[in-house]
Write a new protein. Structure first.
Length: 78
């Protein structure tokens, strides 16, 4: 479980992470190891209260896809 604050706790199954090769410069090592991570959180299927889901899904943010998943990709630092 991931505790966000006193009122919000997420279950482990609500978050998923995947590792991949980072794009861009990085020398020979970038083609050998998975140096980027993608974190996904499905807002619509989550255990969040309906009011919170609605507030999150209203944001016009490029990190929220059409299926209602928040997708964050980190590849700048290992």
């Amino acid at each position: 479980m991931v505790r966000i604050n006193d009122d919000i706790t997420l279950f482990d199954w609500e978050l998923s992470e995947s590792f991949m090769r980072a794009s861009g410069p990085g020398g020979q090592n970038v083609n050998k190891v998975s140096t980027a991570v993608q974190l996904r959180f499905d807002v619509r299927r989550s255990s969040l209260a309906r009011e919170i889901k609605d507030k999150v899904l209203v944001y016009a943010d490029s990190r929220i896809n059409s299926e209602g998943c928040v997708v964050i990709k980190a590849q700048r630092f290992r």
